[in-house]
Design a protein around this ligand. Sequence first.
Ligand SMILES: [Zn+2]
Length: 313
Amino acid sequence: MKLFNFLNWFNAQENESVSLDIEKSDISKMKNSDNALEAKVQEDLKHKTETADRRVVMMYEKNFRDKFRKMGNLNQKCPYCAKEYKSLTLGEKKCIECKNTFLVQKRVQDMNTVAFKSEQKEEFETQWRALSNIKRFKHYLGSEFDYIKQHLEKQGKRNLKDNDIMQALLGAYAKNSLSAGHYRLYTAFLFHKAELMRSEQDFAEALTHYFYIHFLVSNGVTNTAEFKINLEMNAQIKESIQDLLDMGNFQMKKLRDLYTYAITHHNRFNEKSLAINIEKSYKILLKEFKDSDEKKEDIPAMRSFVLYSKKAS
Ligand SMILES: [Zn+2]
């Protein structure tokens, strides 16, 4: 009896959160699912895709490009006074000429060793985090990987990189999970697709995917074609978004246009089926990134009482 209760409790806990991990068993369950959920899925996927203006993504992409510029100099010179230095070791150095402290490190874009000013340290590290905090999708889909590879080669694609095959694989599996009603698995595949995009420095595109994934997580997606309100933000999504906000030096409160674009563009679901809308899911982000937004203010944000007063009607 005790064990039974314990298992019940355990399962209930598991159902509460929306995990973005992919287990082999999730995939085989999805592949072997009967079409018991078919009617519900058909209803859920009744959605008219709206055309969203892509210019907003291009604007952010440009901003990311500027922020992701290669930093430092390659020529073994002090970044302050251009005096040459001899030692090739990495780390902090003091210029013998101007006495300024500077740093010698490998930069993330090309792994070249560069010298940069100490006040650029945070920016330098932010660039590293944006590319190195990536959750890699484990390669347990070996046979599927080979299958997709052959398929792409038959289509005449040449010089295929592993990432191209993974991108295609994740896209195909996301689609299959969606039509099988395994919405949580669909979301998890999209997450890994977004991580792959970030690794290829498609930062703005990756961010729109993270936003859509957050939207789905807020809608409490399950593998039995259900939705429920979920106010708890997934920690992996939060970390990935945070890395990009820091890299672009963006405040969440100023990203409403990109968020709206992301959901309008990516969403495949009927609004009537969903548990919460764009506005409510965006509010979760505002709350989660409030501290991070404040850190990016020149002047600390004041608590506004206007927000809490009732509108005269
Ligand atoms: Zn110097």
